[in-house]
Design a protein around this ligand. Structure first.
Ligand SMILES: C/C=C/C(=O)SCCNC(=O)CCNC(=O)[C@H](O)C(C)(C)COP(=O)(O)OP(=O)(O)OC[C@H]1O[C@@H](n2cnc3c(N)ncnc32)[C@H](O)[C@@H]1OP(=O)(O)O
Length: 281
């Protein structure tokens, strides 16, 4: 990429001001250029196999739609760097992605971003950062401990787990070096590589990027549905608990009437992604 994202956790400053003042803040625009190599590295970092030629061979390349989220990582990072929350303790809470058109194999993407909502969860605030482009729209919900209690609205709660038995189950093994690889795509928050930074955030060791875990699930999910992962149209998920590199995930799925697949992922005995959905063309 010719335009490097501001790395979260590097150069951020302590949170300042009343949390509600960040509501509606314009985070500006960014033009990011990428090449085929970067799109292929991304596919490998989220678990594509060498045999997935459409994802890893430039002659046949189809860019994974979730790659867009690495291009837009500058937006939540910009909010942290501006001082809305403490980048040492805030975590990525929820992600939404809506695909408007396929990303080219290489090219330039123009984006704008703003703080769409700030929710008051009492002990924490949730900042919704919305990014718009011709190719996608996406929202990052950043969960920021210590920034709540400002008298704002509590906002929506997560969708509940479906009551019906799951209609399918998948297994996804993350790699022990996956966060170390994924961070090279743009999100260099120290929490994903440095044991000391992880400890500051209350984690026993470095954790996976939520976006890496979510994207990694879409590959076997697409395959189980007979879809191509590059045909993803919509994706959503709440990061309910940290995932550690090397964790094996059990993903339960439910078919929805509208062609959407609902899912949850668990590692050992804890749910790590909840209220999740994916829709493929
Ligand atoms: C810069 C970092 C980048 C990363 O990629 S970090 C890696 C990816 N993220 C994670 O691994 C985060 C894993 N999730 C967690 O550790 C926990 O999960 C949280 C710390 C985020 C929250 O846990 P708790 O403090 O126990 O929250 P509660 O008491 O269950 O809920 C309090 C209110 O906050 C809302 N909330 C909880 N989790 C989330 C979330 N993940 N995203 C958005 N909102 C959340 C709830 O709904 C509720 O509010 P209502 O009472 O109004 O329903």
């Amino acid at each position: 990429m010719t335009e490097r994202s501001e790395p979260g956790g590097v150069g951020g400053r302590p949170s300042t001001g009343n949390t509600s003042e960040w509501q509606g803040k314009d985070l500006g625009s960014r033009t990011v250029t990428y090449d085929e190599t970067r799109a292929i590295l991304y596919a490998l970092a989220v678990g594509a196999d060498a045999s997935d030629l459409d994802l890893v061979f430039e002659e046949r390349l189809r860019v994974l739609p979730t790659f867009a989220l690495t291009l837009a990582q500058w937006a939540p990072d910009a909010l942290g760097s501006a001082g809305a929350f403490d980048v040492g303790t805030a975590v990525h809470g929820t992600q939404r992605l809506r695909v408007l058109q396929p990303l080219p194999r290489s090219g330039t993407v123009e984006m704008t971003a703003r703080v769409a909502e700030v929710w008051d969860k009492g002990s924490a605030a949730v900042f919704d950062v919305a990014v718009e482009s011709a190719y996608f729209s996406a929202t990052w919900s950043i969960f920021a401990p210590g920034r709540g209690g400002f008298g704002g609205e509590r906002g929506p709660s997560a969708r509940r787990r479906p009551e019906a038995d799951p209609s399918g189950e998948l297994s996804v093994r993350t790699a022990s070096n996956q966060a170390a690889l994924y961070r090279l795509l743009g999100d260099r928050h120290h929490l994903h590589i440095d044991p000391e930074a992880a400890k500051t955030a209350g984690m026993p060791r470095p954790i996976m990027h939520g976006l890496c875990t979510l994207a990694a699930i879409t590959l076997p999910l697409a395959s189980s549905l007979g879809a191509h992962p590059a045909d993803l149209r919509e994706l959503e998920g709440r990061f309910a608990a940290p995932v550690f590199p090397g964790d094996e995930l059990r993903v339960e799925t439910w078919k929805d009437d509208g062609g959407t697949t609902l899912f949850e992922a668990a590692a050992a005995d804890r749910t790590v992604i909840s209220a999740a959905l994916a829709r493929f063309a």
